[in-house]
Ligand binder design. Sequence first.
Ligand SMILES: [Zn+2]
Length: 146
Amino acid sequence: MRATADAARRFHYAPYSGKPGPIVLAAAELVSGTIGGGSNIEIVNLSLTKHAEEVAILSALTNDAQSPGRGRLSAVYVAGLQPCGSCRQFAAEFASDDAIWILEDISQQELRNTSLSKLSDDREPRVVPFADYLPSPFSSFDQAGA
Ligand SMILES: [Zn+2]
């Protein structure tokens, strides 16, 4: 997943968040094995920016043979920043029961200057179950009870 996230570096687009803007690289893997990569894609209205995690998940879902749906997502790898609440909820929509976040602890400076594929194998990312990062996501049950 490091290689897929690193390949998404070419899509990084962050002209509005400062110089240099933050870089986040991500990869999402589906239960089927399909993997998609993503990086942040800003627009002038920063609140509508697409985060790397969302782009990676959408890339995997739209490149898979099956239609998007619940239980399809098995893992999301992220390097650069922690996944925000919006991305946690977005990922939870598609997550399998045992889905995991794979979090690369890497500084912005190191991420800018180092290929993720060249990180040492001894450097293991943190693995966090989805349920630990977002224990009570919105669900259709919540909407039905509103
Ligand atoms: Zn986010």
